[in-house]
Ligand binder design. Structure first.
Ligand SMILES: [Ca+2]
Length: 545
């Protein structure tokens, strides 16, 4: 019989050997990205929309309750996620496809390019929606560029088989891998393929003429039972829209399960970091294309196979999707070189690896902040905004505040938005938290106490007791813009030239100089109140007639 000390020594040796083996084993990443996905998820306390598979992933994950995208638009968000830089810095100011034609700058360093240089096999299945191709090159690409988007983004049986093919290749090559699955669900499709319903919820459902996705069992919902978010009007039309969105969530949910099953079958469930998130907020008013929380806040689940990893625990840490790139690099133990940093002059507020949070919840920190930068969505939708959000406050700077907030085509044709228009035009009751006029016309500065006012309805800008808060947040926002070389740094009161803001004398300088309270003295507030806005939907129709 061994003496106790021998046993202890043997155990210690065993532990050391295990750690050695663990540290050398391959490490992979699976990134699952929803398209316009929100919190219609059981793990995020939606009681009606059933997502048993995403919930199962959540039980193996840290569930982030304060994760935010840096831009609420498809291509810009994906470019930001894949470069660790805000849209104004990587150049993806708006949508990539069609007439919009936005692309990142040719010299940007992207995650897939960097990983490939380090011998990691990279793959993308589903929606890509970024360019140029040379900046975002994956070893394996099955995207809308070589498939129909619905087949590669919504047909979960096809997605499953593509994942199987990629994983087999990675095993054959004996390489660590980064697999990015860009689901197209639960994106709307009423604008492009209305025959499948507002959310493509009938695509592949097995109904007559809809085709059949063998692995999908659609879940259907009663419109009067949905859990309505505060920013959607409480009407039958809007509720039916949400019910359709829920059905599409069931396809995303089952797709997530299929891909994870393929990961397991390929022998990689125990060596792969799994990340689930969404590119931008849900396609409803105040959601996608907005810097309000419904546009910026995202579900984020990260499941680590490490023995010490937290599981089924919520984190309240304030994190950004800009943190995904440093997290993935950290996981692969790749040090980002100075020349790879995309020319950022970060001093603080820089993107950070989230791996430490997967082991231990950091203490609550009121200094934490996330930032957002929006410029376009569609090419016609020029409405630059910048924002900073702490746990307590959100400051939004609407640079072109005198313009009506632009509406994208996808939202415009939606049953929810048409219902808003029709009710406003015909002066029917509109059980909504805003009026259309308020939605279209926003002040230059919006300051919200998001802890006391999570719906962001009470603009505190100009309140004397918050003068210091505004000054601190606006300076911090400007510092972040400066560090990330934002061409809009001085807008709208001044012009950025050789690093300096040069006054334009356009009447807005006073707002910036005098700080609080001056916003309504610029002549634009009066224009809104003098009846121009009353006759028409967004206040501009009358001017055209
Ligand atoms: Ca999207």
């Amino acid at each position: 019989m061994a003496r106790p000390s021998t046993v202890v020594y043997a155990l210690l040796l065993c532990t050391l050997l295990t750690e050695k083996v663990l540290s050398n084993k391959p490490r992979n990443v699976l990134l699952l990205l929803a398209d316009d996905g929100g919190f219609e998820i059981g793990a995020y306390l939606n009681k009606i929309c059933q997502t048993p598979n995403i919930d199962a992933l959540a039980r193996r994950s840290v569930i982030f309750n304060n994760a935010f995208t840096s831009v609420s638009s498809c291509s810009p968000s994906r470019a930001a996620l894949l470069t660790g830089t805000p849209s104004h810095q990587n150049g993806m100011y708006g949508l990539h496809h069609g007439v919009h034609h936005f692309n990142s700058f040719d010299n940007v360093t992207s995650l897939p390019n960097l990983l490939r240089q380090h011998g990691i096999k990279t793959g993308i299945i589903g929606k890509k929606h970024v360019g140029p191709a040379s900046v975002y090159r994956f070893d394996y690409e099955q995207t809308e560029e070589n498939n129909h988007i619905n087949q590669v983004g919504r047909n979960i049986t096809h997605i499953k088989l593509l994942a199987r093919e990629f994983l087999a290749q990675a095993n054959r090559d004996n390489k660590p891998f980064f697999l990015y699955v860009g689901f197209h669900d639960p994106h709307r499709c009423g604008n492009t393929e209305p025959q499948y319903g507002p959310f493509c919820e009938r695509f592949g459902s097995g109904e007559e003429g809809m085709g059949l996705i063998p692995d999908w069992k659609p879940w259907y919902y009663q419109w009067d039972e949905v859990q309505l978010p505060f920013h959607i009007q409480d009407t039958e039309a809007a509720r039916r829209d949400v019910a359709a969105q829920y059905t599409t969530m069931s396809r995303l949910d089952q797709g997530v399960a299929l891909v994870i099953k393929e990961l397991e079958a390929a022998g990689h469930l125990q060596d792969t970091l799994i990340i689930f998130t969404s590119d931008n907020g849900i396609p409803f008013p105040s959601g996608r294309t907005n810097l309000y929380d419904p546009g910026l806040r995202e579900p984020l689940l990260i499941s680590s196979p490490e023995p010490a990893a937290r599981r089924n625990e919520a984190s309240s840490a304030l994190v950004s999707l800009l943190d995904i790139m440093p997290t993935v690099l950290d996981w692969f133990r790749i040090q980002q070189q100075q020349e790879d940093t995309n020319d950022i002059l970060w001093h603080s507020d820089k993107p950070k690896s989230l791996l430490p949070i997967l082991e231990k919840e950091p203490p609550p920190n009121e200094r934490e902040a996330v930032f957002a930068s929006q410029t376009h969505h569609e090419v016609t939708m020029y409405y630059p905004m910048r924002a900073v959000r702490t746990r307590r406050y959100k400051l939004i700077h609407n640079l072109h505040f005198a313009m009506p907030f632009p509406i994208d085509q996808d939202l415009y044709v939606s049953p929810t938005f048409q219902d808003l228009l029709n009710r406003t035009r015909s002066k029917q009751p509109l059980p909504w938290y805003k009026t259309l006029k308020q939605y279209y016309y926003r002040p230059q500065w919006e300051l919200y106490d998001v802890r006391a006012d999570p719906t962001e309805t009470n603009n505190l800008y100009g309140k004397p007791s918050l003068a210091d808060t505004w000054a601190e947040l606006s300076e911090r926002l400007a510092a972040w813009q400066r560090a990330s070389r934002d061409p809009w740094l001085c807008a709208p009161a001044a012009l950025l030239r050789r690093g300096q803001c040069r006054a334009l004398d356009n009447g807005l300088g006073a707002v910036l100089d005098s700080g609080l309270g001056a916003a309504l003295d610029n002549g634009f507030g009066a224009a809104l109140d003098d009846g121009l806005g009353a006759a028409i939907d967004n206040g501009l129709g009358a001017a055209l007639h």
